[in-house]
Design a protein around this ligand. Structure first.
Ligand code: OAD
Length: 247
């Protein structure tokens, strides 16, 4: 691994425009379960039952009880780990410009990144399905499920369920960022959910170098990524930053 850490430090230092694409894996070290793989949410739940818009529309209370309530409890107190902090440090060093994240946990912003594209929306807010009023998730009272707006409407996360469109602005800005970068860091994503997993493909097609950080191989590893640094996001980011600071 040492050689790849060294290589990543050199590649980052030499890049002109760096963008990161992140997924649930970067938040695992913050105590947030990923979706797929060991300990993943989809081992416990069928995503079509708890994360599809049709399931939510059919029975919002059930989806709140099965998944959204627990998510609120976890995310209300989660804090950034060394993986998020490493990306924030790269921005501070003037190296990283934009983070495209599939995560809805707000931890990149909490770590200090200032240009974060929330590809699947955000859990920081809940919105009323009737009047669209938005609420800070931390302030939503969940003593009754599903929680309701002052107008009586049911609240839903301001995030993308399966079966819903990607917010247009996030889609457009992500494609733009992917096509403009000369290095993309792909951290903690299984790269199986579209269209997010296309961003490294756009970057590659535009000539960018792709560096993956993940304890496992993904569908990108073989022909899209230039190399995979196999490890946990926090540890790998710490080692890359340390190497860059020592040069
Ligand atoms: P997944 O749960 O599919 O994948 C998590 C990835 O993180 C896997 O490739 C793991 O190997 C890796 N991983 C685990 N621990 C890690 C660690 N400590 N450091 C780095 N990587 C680690 O999550 P996503 O790819 O984000 O969409 O999933 C994409 C989308 O599927 C989500 O945004 C969500 C989900 O269904 C919606 O809900 C619309």
């Amino acid at each position: 691994m040492d050689e790849l850490i060294n290589q990543a430090a050199d590649d980052l230092a030499g890049a002109r425009h760096v963008v990161a694409l992140t997924g649930a894996g970067i938040s695992v070290e913050s105590g947030i379960a990923p979706f797929r793989g060991k300990g993943g949410l989809w081992e416990k739940y069928d995503p079509m039952e708890v994360a599809h818009i049709d399931a939510f529309m059919r029975d919002p209370g059930r989806v709140w009880s099965l998944l959204v309530k627990d998510m609120k409890v976890t995310l209300d107190t989660a804090s950034p780990n060394d993986g998020h902090k490493g990306l924030a440090k790269l921005e501070e060093m003037g190296i990283l410009s934009t983070v495209i994240t599939q995560n809805i946990d707000g931890l990149h912003q909490a770590a200090g990144n200032t240009d974060v594209i929330e590809f699947h929306g955000s859990f920081a807010r809940q919105r009323c399905m009737d009047c669209n009023q938005k609420y800070d998730t931390r302030e939503v009272d969940i003593s009754e499920i599903p929680p309701r707006c002052r107008c009586g409407g049911i609240l839903r996360p301001d995030a993308v369920f399966f079966g819903e469109m990607i917010p247009q602005d996030a889609m457009w800005r992500s494609q733009q960022a992917a096509s403009d970068c000369d290095l993309m860091l792909v951290v903690g994503t299984s790269a199986v959910v579209q269209p997010a997993a296309l961003m490294p493909v756009y970057a590659k097609q535009s000539g960018a170098k792709i560096i993956e950080i993940n304890p496992e191989k993904t569908p990108l590893t073989l022909d899209i990524s230039d190399y995979l640094i196999m490890g946990q996001a926090g540890e790998v980011m710490n080692r890359i930053i340390m190497q860059m600071e020592n040069k």
